[in-house]
Design a protein around this ligand. Sequence first.
Ligand code: NAP
Ligand code: MG
Length: 402
Amino acid sequence: MAAKIGMKNPVVELDGDEMTRVLWALVKEQLILPYVDLKTEYYDLGLVNRDATHDAVTVESARAIARRGVGVKCATITANAARRTEYNLKNLYPSPNATIRAILDGTVFRKPIIVSGIKPSISTWKKPIVIGRHAYGDVYKNAEMAIPGPGRVELVYTPREGEQQRQIVAEMEGPGIVQGMHNLDGSIENFARSCFLYALDEKLPVWFAAKDTISKIYDGRFKELFNRVYETEFKAQCAAAGVSYFYTLIDDAVARVVKGEGGFLWACKNYDGDVMSDMVASAAGSLAMMTSVLVSPSGAVEYEAAHGTVQQHYYRWQKGERTSTNPAALIFAWTGALAKRAELDHTPELGAFAKNLEAATLRTIEEGDMPGDLARLASPAPPRVLDSWEFTGAIAKRLRRP
Ligand code: NAP
Ligand code: MG
């Protein structure tokens, strides 16, 4: 057996819940530990430990990612009333992803894993479309009100010092609804920075779209700040790397996306990103083939799968079933983190291993060994559907004999 590949610095490892926790251990044991002398700073973000530590473990893990520069995260349960009963929880803490995102002030990028034999529903797509979603404000931090009857609705700004400003939203003639929302220049600028950092890393053109023809001040500010960050901070680097920047209206962007061949970063405002990432994921194939990375404006990164803990599969696994849950996006979370660590530490052997593991995973699927979610989409259909253990074993076999 060849010596294992060494690591200079650890990756911050955030363990999680349910079926993805089961697959997490399987992927490490079968596909990473035999080859890499793995160094991780480990945090258990399983719901039981989050509850036991009053969620301190989540905050500590996010700070560790900021300090170390690279994290890898398993899917975690976002607690709700049903989970409180199921796990006998003391408290309902917010989603770990929201907590981590708030600490790292990051932007989430989602990218489908493309394999031949699994055709996207949009036939012109040849290369992945990456969605960069702004994760602060707009309708996700709104104030809304039901209006019972006729009357005036106004926006009022009360500064810490100085004169109030008011603007009429509507003279309501009857009952209706009203909504107020906001964003911050600093958050929009950090969003733009994260997008250009990601695009430079991946050598992708950047598209940004909003509706500044209708929303001249709100969306106009997004357009203006995005442009300014590009012009003043990134233009020279982008030119040197061959990375272009393009602004258009959101409806024009949608029309171009479905007619284009992909291969760009689509920077989206919060709501557009929520909607469009589901569109891109579904049109590209399976939720289990969508990777996700959080990039902070300081450059710290956290890799994960875009899917959740696959709860229903977990209950079946607990009853003894060997489920056919697809670990591909979890594998790519690990390879993303190891490759980034290799780049930062200048350890090319580790980087090459990450590439080999990705190639072995793709080849396994392309040669017809695949779990159920892909078997349903594949043409030709595979002779047989593999369970998670068989599929991981099939990847391990190809990793041993490239
Ligand atoms: P989910 O775990 O993403 O699963 C939804 C469905 O998608 C599954 O039932 C399964 O469909 C399919 N699926 C997802 N991943 C798959 C995989 N790897 N292989 C095969 N099929 C896969 O979403 P959920 O069931 O709505 O949420 C479960 C828990 O995850 C919740 O507690 C939620 O809070 C949490 N969650 C966490 C994150 C995160 O940590 N990033 C993200 C989303 C949700 P079939 O049943 O048809 O096979
Ligand atoms: Mg959504």
